[in-house]
Design a protein around this ligand. Structure first.
Ligand code: SDX
Length: 436
């Protein structure tokens, strides 16, 4: 294909110097080539053909997507074209959830219906509460949540019919609705407190706070500043294109597993400290540093590779994560209500140094979404084990949007990467008595 006006060909010319052969491969979407177009490059006709080698998919687009746009160099994040700053300022989590899932902002009628449907799916089968007793009191909440979501799949066998759009939408509503309930139940069981069940007249976030923190009162009224702060945090965590856990959701979903089972896998990926578990790791790091005067010594440890500055760095953002900037502002609003978290001073000093020192600047290490979020969660009264769960609740929306987009993409099929084999060539079995 070429651009007639400028006469340039929209192709890549490849010369294989091993054979002297030349190939032309089409350039798509401005700057990608189909990896399969490399397969024609062979030395001998019997060869398998050329592959691209890309550990951790550092330079591989494995899907087209219209859900989330990130410009890592400019620190831009947009859900379905809407800037994250505007959504955090003007929208609500369920409205953003509808946008991410459906691709357009809802009309008032559509939003009311979605809020109603989510509200009326917040209960879980009572057998799910029996599952809680299978865990030790001090079991990590993410371990509980991963198990609970997988267990929930057994209550909805019809969720396996992933090709039926109406059925997908019901399961999506169920998962968005039930994640806060399961999270609150996990927290209450961890604390040895009686379960508090969903209240339909409360907002999504207020209902979650009610199920978590209502103790000994008929009516729990969350502070509106704190309720709004959590809703903003949910908006900021809703999706982030092809991150590790979204990729996991897509890969499991590509085998046509039901969305509950696929999401258990995505949550397991998010649990990792390099991914969504980083917000918990940040708080543990700040507690370990303990005082601003210990920051220089810790920074030296990072430079000597004895420490990792959790909450810093990103595979895509090579500038300030736009979410971190919003979270930092939200933290100040929360601390006006809850009192200032003393760990904030340590975090601010770490950031001040990291934004100045060449070790960090040369590696494009800036605060990411996890650096300040934990300080807010702690101020809201959450234990650190709940922090990754607070990431998983809103990310449910992103995982499901990516999952459904994968199912509707005619180019997609079961994910099955290739490998470069580096093991031993064929050899004959040796009975144990003959082994040296
Ligand atoms: C999330 O992908 C997403 O979109 C994820 C996410 C989402 O919304 O889904 O944004 C959420 O997971 C945010 C990231 C949370 N993780 C952390 O905060 C953990 C700490 N950060 C890192 O481990 C790291 O920065 C990653 C995992 C986030 C990114 O790793 P990369 O892209 O593989 O980068 P790298 O590990 O190759 O690092 C490049 C260099 C290395 O130095 P050199 O060996 O080249 O000298 O930077 C160094 C690394 O050692 N480095 C760090 C560092 N992060 C990278 N050094 C110290 N502290 C860090 N945090």
């Amino acid at each position: 294909m070429s651009d007639e006006s400028s006469g340039t060909r929209n192709t890549l010319s490849i010369r294989d110097n091993r054979t002297g052969k030349e190939y032309e491969v089409e350039v798509l979407d401005g700057d990608v080539i189909r990896a399969m177009d490399l397969r024609q490059i062979k030395v001998d006709d019997g060869d398998f053909g050329m592959m691209s080698y890309d550990p951790a998919f550092g330079n591989t687009a494995f899907t087209r997507s219209s859900v989330t746009f990130i410009d890592g160099a400019k620190g831009i994040l947009e859900y379905r074209g809407y800037p994250i700053e505007q959504l955090a300022e003007q929208s609500s989590f369920l409205e953003v959830a509808y946008l991410i899932l459906k691709g357009e902002l809802p009309t008032q009628t559509e939003l009311d219906q979605f809020v109603h449907d989510v509200t009326y799916h917040t209960y879980v089968h009572e057998n799910m509460t029996d599952l809680l007793d299978a865990f030790r009191y001090d079991a990590h909440s993410m371990g509980r949540m991963i198990s609970s979501i997988a267990a929930l799949s057994t209550f909805y066998p019809e969720a396996k019919d992933v090709d039926d759009p109406a059925n997908r939408w019901i399961q999506i509503n169920r998962l968005v609705a039930k994640m806060p309930t399961l999270a609150a139940f996990a927290y209450r069981h961890h604390r040895g407190l009686p379960l508090v069940y969903p209240e339909n007249e409360l907002s999504y976030t207020a209902n979650f706070l009610n199920m978590l923190f209502r103790i000994g009162v008929k009516e729990y009224k969350p502070n509106p500043v704190l309720e709004r702060a959590l809703d903003v945090l949910f908006i900021l965590h809703a999706d982030h294109e092809q991150n590790c856990s979204a990729t996991t959701m897509r890969v499991i979903g590509s085998a046509q597993a039901d969305p509950f089972s696929a999401m258990a896998g995505a949550m397991a990926a998010l649990y990792g400290p390099l991914h969504g578990g980083a917000n918990e790791a940040v708080l543990r790091m700040l507690h370990r540093i303990g005082d601003v005067k210990n920051v220089p010594q810790f920074i030296d440890g990072v430079k000597n590779r004895e420490e990792r500055l959790m909450g810093f760095g990103h595979r895509v953002y090579k500038s300030y994560d736009p979410r971190a900037a919003i979270i930092k502002r939200t933290a100040e609003e929360v601390f006006e209500v809850t009192g200032r978290n003393p760990l904030l001073d340590i975090a601010l000093e770490l950031e001040r140094i990291a934004l100045e020192e060449d070790f960090f600047v040369s590696r494009n290490l800036y605060p990411n979404v996890d650096f300040y979020s934990g300080l807010i969660y702690q101020a809201l009264g959450f234990p650190v084990e709940m922090f990754p769960v607070l990431f998983a609740i809103p990310r449910t929306v992103g995982w499901l949007a990516q999952w459904e987009e994968m199912l509707m993409d005619d180019e997609q099929r079961i994910a099955r990467p290739r490998q470069v084999f580096t093991g031993p060539s064929r050899r004959e079995f040796v009975p144990v008595e003959e082994r040296g």
